[in-house]
Design a protein around this ligand. Structure first.
Ligand code: ADP
Ligand code: MG
Length: 692
């Protein structure tokens, strides 16, 4: 339990300093200024007091039961200080100092040293090389941190390794007038981890929404497990940075080499039900909405506005994000026609006009809350000098407090002139945004979150007849031979062990046998060059399709023999499958996570189209269907422009069979089924590759 870290009663600072511009001084100032409810013990061998607080020569001289010790001393002194903390029975140590694993092997050795001591004494360590924690709970008021943002109490908790980003996010909330709850930045995270903190925040009743920033996940499987568990209880909003190669490198070089250029983090977010963002501004603005507003039950939004243009911008943004603006119900329309000014526009958006009164706003808000056509309301509110804006703000707050449906507000005003209006809305917990697009994006995030949480995952099907042992045997034998790429024979045998449908095929050594095989399969056939070193067959002229008779096979076989002089050259004869839709499935091993499974538009243009989606194993029935639905070319699967569609049920089944194959055979590094040829009522794999 991290309770003693986040809710400390006694905090000591080893390295407390009388120098104003030092962390050892700042931490004490912050605790005092923030009104820490517990006791502070500065430790300094030479000073009697620091900032008016009685100082102690050593941690050993302090009263007992110390919850948190800050260490603000050079790295080399930390192990010894840790030993003292152990003897004293200290529960947690926050190491603000740097000079550990982030600097190289020497620092890493010191980190290992103090960590061993901490473990020996059962001390939990936050950091090193970190800012610390803050808890705004009125009973605690712990500012165990050397940063400068003074948060108002609120419901958003922030956790990140990077102190810089955590502080930027923190500061942004403060500037928006949005309160925060717990703040934790744990730097090198040698002991207390991000998942552990997320789990704590999940249990913290004062935290309504968790915001996290990651550059890569160290212990991906634990993160996944914890995030899945916590996201089921409250919203987690996350941002992953280090997406570009350059970004990943910058991330890797600043906090002990964490980030990899990967898709795994996104897939974990998706699978765990985390709402993920690519822009920190959007993340912050969305979090502000989650902090005070209920999650909508659907995507139908009503807009109330007192000025035209901004409502148009808001509409565009929301519709672009998949939200809808349904018409008013007849009842609402009638009511508003009777209540608003005759010139007002009684549609969605409702334009109450600049002269619209507080009563007009109230009637609209109440009507939309009661109207079953709407799941949430966006208010565009410009503050004209000729109306009572404070009363309007109060009405918005009153309706927002009922928590019936989410309300977000695009407040267009001069915040220095209309301070009272801003205050009423802010303290009333109405999320306010300066731009219509920002407000609309925050609403879209709420809607999107509801979609994520209410999606039907289905179950992970188990295909009992799949022959795991046979698959494992083939892979083990290939490994024995030192192969990393399986032969066509091996690959197709594994597919058949899992009942993944392939076009009928034979592998033969000579042109003569090719003729026999073709006759057995039935014309037309395809002939492909098969040898260990031939990877992209068609690039090298190794695929000849639509061979209608024996003559054609003979000619093609002779041509292949000419082109390829490989000693191990074989002929892969396959049934020709004309006219279907070429799709791709694939897989890539992800450290400690199983595999990422891919589905998309296949064939030779796959690299150009890049219309593929991924999901982590095990892929459930709902997830498989979601994959089919989420490629850009999804309408092609339904059939378009007179072309037949694809057997989606069969495709979903193949994705799940593939998922089971990958789960059973963890040695598979990469896999490609490209293409699968899909018809309205059947699907066949016609090319496959597996590397181990
Ligand atoms: P590679 O990917 O190694 O170049 P493929 O076996 O995928 O070789 O063949 C290349 C292309 O030839 C496929 O993308 C597909 O368009 C076509 N093709 C291959 N086999 C068949 C088949 N049995 N029926 C119809 N078209 C095929
Ligand atoms: Mg291919």
């Amino acid at each position: 339990m991290l309770d003693s870290l986040f809710r400390p009663k006694k905090v000591a600072v080893i390295g407390a300093s009388s120098k104003e511009l030092s962390i050892g001084n700042r931490v004490i100032k912050n605790l005092l200024d923030f009104g820490f409810k517990g006791e502070i013990y500065p430790i300094n061998p030479k000073a009697d007091e620091i900032r008016g607080v009685k100082a102690y020569k050593s941690i050993l001289d302090c009263p007992d039961n110390i919850d948190v010790v800050h260490m603000v001393i050079p790295a080399k002194f930390v192990p010894l200080a840790m030993e003292d903390c152990g003897k004293k029975g200290v529960k947690n140590v926050i190491i603000n100092s740097g000079g550990f694993s982030e600097t190289g092997p020497e620092g890493a050795a010191i980190e290992k040293d103090f960590l061993e001591k901490a473990r020996h004494y059962g001390i939990r360590v936050l950091g090193p090389n970190c800012q610390g924690v803050i808890n705004t709970d009125v009973d605690i008021r712990a500012y165990c941190n050397f940063t400068f943002t003074k948060p108002e109490p609120g419901y958003i908790s922030i956790v990140a390794l990077s102190g810089g980003v955590a502080e930027v996010i923190h500061q942004a909330f403060s500037q928006m007038g949005v309160g925060t709850r717990i703040y934790a930045s744990n730097g090198n995270a040698c002991d207390v981890t991000i998942p552990e903190i997320i789990r704590y925040l999940g249990d913290d009743s004062g935290t309504r929404v968790i915001v996290t920033y990651v550059e890569g996940l160290r212990d991906a499987s634990t993160f996944m497990e914890v995030a899945t568990e916590v996201a089921a209880k409250k919203p987690i909003l996350a941002m992953k940075a280090g997406r570009t190669m350059e970004g990943a490198k910058a991330a890797a070089s600043h906090t002990g080499g964490l980030a990899k250029e990967d898709i795994a983090t996104d897939l974990i977010f998706k699978k765990a039900g985390i709402l993920s963002f690519r822009d920190e501004g959007e993340l912050i603005q969305a979090a502000a909405a989650f902090a005070s507003q209920p999650v909508p039950k659907g995507n139908r939004i009503g807009i109330i506005t007192n000025t035209g243009g901004p409502a148009v911008i808001g509409t565009d943004v929301m519709v672009g994000a998949g939200l809808t603006l349904p018409p008013l119900s007849q009842k609402t329309e009638k009511l508003l026609s009777e209540t608003l000014y005759p010139e007002a526009s009684v549609n969605n958006p409702v334009d109450v006009l600049a002269t619209g009164t507080a009563q007009h706003y109230r009637t609209c808000l109440d009507a939309m809350m009661a109207d079953n056509n709407f799941d949430g309301v966006m208010v565009n509110f410009v503050t004209p000098f000729f109306v009572d804006n404070e009363s309007i703000a109060r009405e918005i707050v009153e309706v927002s407090n009922q928590q019936l449906k989410p309300i977000i507000c695009n407040l267009m005003t001069d915040r220095r002139q209309w301070t009272e209006v801003v205050k009423i809305l802010q303290y009333g917990g109405v999320p306010c945004y300066a731009l219509p697009g920002e407000a609309a994006r925050a609403m879209s995030a709420l809607v999107h979150y509801n979609k994520i949480r209410s999606r039907k995952i289905g179950e992970v099907k188990h295909f009992a007849e799949a022959d795991k042992t046979k698959g494992a045997k083939i892979i083990a034998a290939a490994r024995e031979k030192g192969k990393s790429n399986l032969s066509a024979e091996e690959v197709y045998s594994i597919l058949s062990a899992y009942n993944i449908p392939t076009a009928p095929w034979r592998i033969v050594k000579s042109a003569e046998e090719a003729l026999k095989a073709a006759a057995e399969i039935g014309y037309p056939v395809v002939i492909k060059a098969d040898a260990e070193s031939i990877v992209h067959k068609s690039d090298m002229g190794g695929v000849v399709v639509n061979l209608k008779d024996a003559d054609a096979v003979q000619t093609a076989a002779a041509a292949l023999q000419n082109t390829f002089s490989n000693d191990d050259l074989c002929f892969f004869i396959q049934k020709y499958m004309p006219g279907g839709l070429e799709l791709i499935m694939g897989a890539k091993a992800e450290d400690a996570l199983g595999h990422a499974v891919m589905f998309g538009i296949g064939g030779i243009f796959v690299e150009i189209m890049k219309d593929v989606v991924f999901n982590l194993t095990p892929v459930s029935s709902g997830e498989a269907e979601e994959m089919l639905a989420s490629i850009k070319a999804a309408p092609l699967l339904e059939g378009a422009r007179g072309k037949q569609g694809a057997d989606r049920q069969k495709l979903a089944e193949i994705i799940q069979r593939l998922s089971q194959l990958l789960t059973d055979q963890p040695d598979i590094r990469e896999m490609d089924l490209n293409p699968l040829i899909a018809y309205e009522d059947q699907v066949y794999v016609v090319d496959a590759r597996i590397s181990i």
